[in-house]
Design a protein around this ligand. Structure first.
Ligand code: UDP
Length: 449
């Protein structure tokens, strides 16, 4: 792939063994697999410890070694925005001991005289790898799948709590002067604070942090994270540019998305997807459906099973005719890179945000939870490559937003700024670019014994 060719760095060919431990959610597994492929391409040997829930098929990744946790969490469980917090708490409780046992098995399996495992790379959302790795005297690097500014905000949360920002009566529009451009309403809800405090702790106690971001995108936050942490920080993204990973998809990608886009004029289509976890009410679902129909803009809409319990109105496809194409799951990166795409209506999960920025696609932002409102705020106010639906899900408001993004001059200006970010996202991976250098530094760290 062209992107891989861009990053063919001259590294010593030593097969150093690494263990990777992803969180089994789409937005976490995909970037971890990009990282795994990238490090494999740099001659590292990769062992992946995975949960039974939402496990990857090892046959699709013959170049990796897989170990599975002997855990109690049902393989048929489903996680969504509705049950994410209790789900995560349950996972953390149920996976700690199986992980300890499994890591022991992996380390014991090393042939006498051969290279030992030197480092565990664990998603920073896991609570327990720090203690467990320490008990085995194993180095640990935290892998962040969210933005660096979200980390800065997470670190500030106890301070903001003391300031009363989460009490009833606080002013949602109040700007947070400590961390511009955020407002009180962009902060993660209190039900997530416990989880986020563990993320901060796991990151602070690791020996390094890898993040799916790049200097040109988040320079002030990356600088701030370096001040907060006394460990190396490696912003090596955008990771999806290194390798395709459709094999990590939780759902089958519908390639009619691409054949349908092939028939559309350049920059004409609004791509609509709210990621792998958002669950919305029937009322909201219908508002979205009618806003898309009434906007008269061509759209490609991902209606994932679980997005809503509400069916589309019976005559919906007759009304939108060829102007709309609906799929259960799309090859998103390929879709965003398609010349027919003119905008992305997104929930602003970090992967979707960075994928959109790297492909030069402006965004209409409808954040749901945790870091999404912060990502959306950066899109609209820092990078100025999109706009936020500030007043929730109302068809007239959405229609207006779609027109501003897809038809009006304002949208054209956002598209042109997005094109500049696309250039930056490509350049940072090239020889001498910021992510290229960060990757070089990461490899040197991993090779050092
Ligand atoms: N995605 C995809 N096809 C779809 C919808 C999403 O491949 O139809 C991918 C998308 O490219 C991204 C991931 O799923 O890599 C979603 O991650 P994100 O952080 O944006 O949101 P989350 O699912 O974690 O809320």
């Amino acid at each position: 792939m062209e992107e891989i060719a861009m990053n063919q760095q001259k590294t010593k060919v030593i097969s150093r063994k690494l263990i990777l431990f992803p969180i089994p959610f789409q937005g976490h597994v995909t970037p971890m697999l990009h990282l795994a492929n990238l490090l494999y391409s740099k001659s590292f040997s990769i062992t992946i410890i995975q949960t039974r829930y939402s496990s990857l098929d090892p046959k699709c990744f013959p170049h990796f070694t897989f170990y599975s946790l002997d855990d109690e969490v049902s393989e048929n469980k489903s996680f969504s925005s509705d049950n994410l917090v209790p789900g995560l708490v349950e996972m953390q409780e149920n996976y700690r001991e199986p992980f300890r046992v499994c890591l022991g098995r992996v380390l014991d399996g090393v042939e006498p005289g051969s290279e030992p495992f030197k480092c565990l790379i664990a998603d920073s959302l896991w609570r327990f790898p720090g203690d467990v790795a320490e008990s085995f005297n194993l180095r640990r690097i935290a892998f962040r799948t969210s933005s660096m500014s979200a980390f800065v905000v997470n670190d500030y949360l106890p301070y903001f709590k003391d300031k009363g920002y989460f009490l009833q009566g606080s002013e949602p529009e109040e700007p947070l002067h400590e961390i511009p451009p955020f407002r009180v309403k962009d902060l993660p809800g209190e039900d997530h604070h416990d989880i986020l405090a563990f993320v901060v702790h796991q990151t602070k106690t690791s020996q390094g942090v890898i993040c799916n971001s790049f200097e040109e995108l988040e320079s002030p936050s990356i600088t701030r994270v370096r001040e907060i942490l006394s460990i190396p920080v490696y912003p090596i993204g955008p990771l999806h540019k290194y390798s395709p990973t459709s094999a990590s998809s939780i759902l089958t990608e519908d390639h009619t998305s691409i054949s349908w886009l092939d028939k559309q004029p350049p920059n004409s289509v609004l791509y609509v997807s709210f990621g792998s976890m958002a669950a919305i009410s029937s009322t909201d679902f219908l508002e979205i459906a009618w806003a898309l129909a009434n906007s008269k803009q061509p759209f490609l809409w991902v209606v994932r099973p679980g997005l809503s319990q509400c069916p589309l109105p019976e005559d919906y496809m007759e009304i939108v005719k060829d102007r709309g194409h609906i799929v259960k799951w799309a090859p998103q990166v390929e879709v965003l890179a398609h010349s027919a795409i003119g905008g992305f209506w997104t929930h602003c999960g970090w992967n979707s945000t960075i994928e959109s920025i790297s492909e030069g696609v402006p965004m209409l932002c409808l954040p749901f939870f945790v870091d999404q409102a912060m990502n959306a705020r950066h899109v609209s106010e820092t990078w100025k490559t999109g706009l936020v639906l500030e007043n929730g899900i109302r068809r007239d408001e959405i229609e207006k937003g779609i027109r501003r993004l897809m038809v009006e001059e304002e949208g054209e200006a956002m598209r042109s700024r997005a094109a500049s970010f696309k250039k930056l996202a490509t350049q940072c991976l090239m020889d001498g670019g910021s992510s290229y250098k960060a990757l070089d530094a990461l490899i040197s760290y991993l090779l050092a014994s």
